[in-house]
Ligand binder design. Sequence first.
Ligand code: GMT
Length: 387
Amino acid sequence: MRIGIVCYPTFGGSGVLATELGKALADQGHEVHFITYKQPARLLDSFHERIFYHEVNVSNYPLFDYPPYESALAGRLVDVVQNEKLDLLHLHYAIPHAAAAFMAKQILKEKGISIPYITTLHGTDITLVGKDETFKPLVAFSIEQSDAITTVSEDLKRETIQFFGIQKAIDVIHNFVDLKRFRKHNKEHFRKAIATENEKIVIHTSNFRKVKRVEDVIHIFNKIHSQIPAKLLLIGDGPERHNVELLCRNLGILEHVRFLGKQDALEEILTIGDLFLLPSETESFGLSALEAMACMVPVISTNAGGLPEVNIHGKTGYMADVGDVESMGQYGIDLLSNPVLHQQMRENALMQAKTFDIKYILPKYTALYERVLLENGKSDCFKNCAR
Ligand code: GMT
């Protein structure tokens, strides 16, 4: 198949997932075209003969206080579909990708070209941004017009139906992890460099947006640290970073907290972790928790959104209500002070992560592509185009 993937090229979960999916499809012999405004972060380190990148350039004409990205994307989609003879488009994140794909599809139809599009909803496009009344009519319409819709959790499917009243069937295809990359490595030297006194290592990774409640991470860590010698590694960056640093300073724990910024080789850091914290306000799935679990790191998270589909309370870690930092801190103490329980949870975390192995999830996407192509009378292209 020749597949066009549209995503946000940043370090966010939806962009990461879309890029890893594209790489896996290319490994299987499909031709993958990324269409976005910047080279996706996880594509930068590799070259693949079947992966192509098409940049969307938005004119910065002085009249445009708000450069029309959606129109530029629609125009680029028309061009790429037509010239690269794409079979289908797969959009990650509804806003503004689904609307741009709808426009492109209509334009191409006039030219006698049929291009089905699949929209994968990742979470904040529905739970936060999608709930902005300004976006609602366009988001609801362009999702509904998709040839297929997927969500990354059962919970997000429920939310989407409830809020947008979507009538079309929604397939749930969970996030996946590449267990060959995310696994426990022996990095004792790195661990010793960070935890010079053999402290426990607690990790959080996110884009430091409000929804992640990174200040709660600090309060949870503070409670753990009051009883167990520990270090906190914070990976990622974003708007809350400054407040978080200030809070660490006010609590007098800054020397036990390391801000590592954005990191590519996440697996090398996760592998030295004893505990992963994800106290988000909402989380449609929680890819970062899954990646930690694959590295045998138990997770303490909230029970919001799709997190209970990933983190199993009392087995792979613990969950508590949003904002309940006391309980999350106490769970951390219980876990880190009990080596037998800790080891058991490490193993359970890996077992659970294995159920989301890319080898189980990728066929769900390819089966969906096949179905959509068949429904659109493009069965030949499915048979002929896999190389
Ligand atoms: O976590 C973020 O804020 C980034 C966001 C994104 O869209 O890039 O991640 C969302 O998509 C991920 C991949 O499907 C999910 O694992 C995350 O749970 C989801 N984030 C939220 O729902 C807050």
